[in-house]
Each structure stands twice: as structure tokens, then as C-alpha cells.
Design a protein around this ligand. Structure first.
Ligand code: R2B
Ligand code: URA
Length: 314
């Protein structure tokens, strides 16, 4: 099946990137009387989306609902906003698919695990930002990952999001055909984040490629799943090849996140902390309290950048 190449040369992208609005790339939306964002339990007729969300400038997405709630509470304190951070309510409380919190100009949303889950969320999020007429929005994925040749706790800012063949692309099957989209991210934003990391004590950070897989176990070369079809040597050889291709961490959402943001003209970055070094093992044996501290690191980094952009710190 011959893949259809979209946006890899950059023309489709360049046409839109200079605009400030959030672009949906779907002509059918114009003729719809109402758009129901089913998994958010929001809609264009039932909610005044511009009033609710029009001032959003930063969107942070991450896998776990609890983590995105604590991020909302954290950023509330960091931005010095009035009110009690304990009172921030889940805008999607009526559904149990995703959780969403709005804190001033920051939206914090959970996306679950894996490409299908984040992809559904991103379709509705991008339409939400579009309907709300948001401008100059930046998206961050803050998450966890397995490190490739890095000490656990290192934060990786993604240079290129690559697939399991180390290619910077995302393949989507549409009407029985494979569409290939580029996963290029904003290089300037990645550098800005790296600069921020240098201003924060004890935040080991690198820029590197992030491999996105469709499975946590065999798909990431783990020997400890319910199934395993390869030897220890084959696992290490694959991880070594990944390392040589510039891969420094492995997670499960970055390629579709990068691809969808790029098509829609959204500046985006992926920031994941590594929980283990995959050359040294597969099981996550680090104590829970240490893992909790690691998971704060991408939040601290993104919060620093947001505060700088808002002029709250130098
Ligand atoms: C990182 O962690 C999750 C798997 O444990 C997955 O969502 C990811 O990308
Ligand atoms: N998340 C992943 O996807 N892989 C890991 O090894 C750790 C967290």
C-alpha cells in the first residue's frame, strides 16, 4: 500500500504557520450547525467556548488525570493567581475520559496512554481552541518515558519525535490508505526550554530524539511482558541502534502529538522525564516517592517558561 505523503516538504505547514489562529484542516466543519466535543462533554451550542477558553495561551497535556490536576494546582500557585488552588474544578467532570483544568491562560488536560487516546483528545482540543478563537497558543506534552543511555530522572526535550524505525513521521490509516505526516517540532521552543532548564537548579536536561511506540512491552523492546519474541542481545542491539539514531527516550504519544500540532499551526514541545535507563533494565523499581519527584521535573520546566513568557520572572 503506497503511503500518501502530507506536509513532509513543509509547504502545507508554511502556508499556515505564520497565522496566529488555531487551524482546523477540515472543510466539513464549516457546514456543521453544531460541533459536539463528545469526549469533553462540551459543544458549540451548549457552551460559550470563546468566553470559557478564549484567553488560553498555554496548553499542557499529560497522560494521567491526577498528574494534570496537580499540574493545574502547581501552576495556579506559580502564577500567583487569586483563590484556592484546591478549588480548581474538572471542566470534563461529567465524562470520565479526560480531565481538564483551566488556570488563567493555562489549560491542563489528561490524554490517557497511547496514540489512539491522545489523538482523540487532540482532535477535540484543537477544535475547542479553534471554536474559542484562541490565538498564539503553545502546546506542551509533559510526561514520563524510558531513558536510552541516560541517568533516571533526566528530562528530555524532544528534538525529533520518531517512530519505531527511527523515522520522524507518523502514519495514520485513513479510508484504508496510509497517510504519512511529518513530526517536526518547533526548534526555537526546544532551545528556549533548554535555556530555562539551565536556570533551574538540579534539573538535568538534554535535547534528544524521542521514540514513540504503540506498546509499552514488546514494542519498547522489554523482556518482561506477558509475551516476548526476542533475546536480551536482540533487545540491546535495537536500543543501541536507537541510541545511534539520536533516540534518548521512549514513550507512547509524541509522534501523533507533533504531527497534529504541526498540521494545525500550533507551536509544540514534548518534555518527558526518564524513569529508568533501558540499557540497565525494563522494570521500574525506583521508589514511588522518587518517581513522584521525577514527574514534577517537566512541570517545573514548563512552568518556568510560562512565567518567563508572561513576564513574571526575568
Ligand atoms: C509514558 O508512560 C505511559 C506508559 O507507562 C505512556 O503513556 C507514556 O507515553
Ligand atoms: N513510559 C514509557 O512509555 N516507557 C517507559 O519505559 C517508561 C514510561
Amino acid at each position: 500500500m503506497a503511503p500518501i505523503l502530507l506536509n513532509t516538504a513543509g509547504t502545507d505547514h508554511n502556508e499556515y504557520i505564520n497565522h496566529e489562529e488555531v487551524h482546523v484542516k477540515n472543510p466539513h466543519l464549516d457546514s456543521m450547525e453544531e460541533d459536539i466535543l463528545y469526549h469533553f462533554n462540551l459543544g458549540t451550542k451548549t457552551h460559550n467556548l470563546p468566553a470559557m477558553f478564549g484567553d488560553i495561551k498555554f496548553v499542557c497535556v499529560g497522560g494521567s488525570a491526577n498528574r494534570m490536576k496537580s499540574f493545574a494546582q502547581f501552576i495556579h500557585k506559580e502564577l500567583g493567581l487569586p483563590g484556592d488552588s484546591g478549588d480548581i474544578r474538572d471542566i470534563c467532570a461529567e465524562t470520565d475520559r479526560y480531565s481538564m483544568y483551566k488556570v488563567g491562560p493555562v489549560l491542563s488536560i489528561s490524554h490517557g496512554m497511547g496514540v489512539p487516546s491522545i489523538s482523540i483528545m487532540l482532535h477535540e482540543l484543537i477544535k475547542l481552541l479553534h471554536h474559542a478563537r484562541c490565538r498564539d497558543v503553545i502546546l506542551f506534552r509533559i510526561g514520563t518515558s524510558g531513558g536510552v543511555g541516560l541517568a533516571p530522572g533526566t528530562v528530555v526535550i524532544t528534538d525529533r519525535a520518531v517512530d519505531s524505525f527511527f523515522q520522524p513521521q507518523f502514519e495514520q490509516v485513513v479510508l484504508g490508505k496510509v497517510i504519512v505526516r511529518s513530526t517536526e517540532l518547533d526548534k526555537g521552543l526546544a532551545q528556549e526550554l533548554l535555556q530555562c532548564s539551565a536556570e533551574i537548579p538540579d534539573l538535568p536536561t538534554v535535547i534528544g530524539n524521542t521514540m514513540c511506540t504503540h506498546d509499552f512491552y514488546e514494542g519498547q523492546g522489554r523482556l518482561d511482558g506477558a509475551l516476548c519474541s526476542f533475546s536480551t542481545e536482540e533487545k540491546l542491539e535495537y536500543l543501541q541502534k536507537a541510541y545511534e539514531a539520536g533516540v534518548r527516550n521512549i514513550e507512547m504519544e509524541s509522534t501523533v502529538f507533533a504531527a497534529m500540532c504541526r498540521v494545525c499551526g500550533l507551536k509544540a514541545a514534548v518534555i518527558c522525564v526518564t524513569l529508568l535507563n533501558r540499557f540497565e533494565g525494563d522494570q521500574i523499581t525506583t521508589p514511588h516517592s522518587v518517581l513522584l519527584e521525577y514527574q514534577l521535573r517537566p512541570q517545573i520546566l514548563v512552568s518556568h517558561l510560562i512565567k518567563k513568557r508572561l513576564g513574571l520572572i526575568q
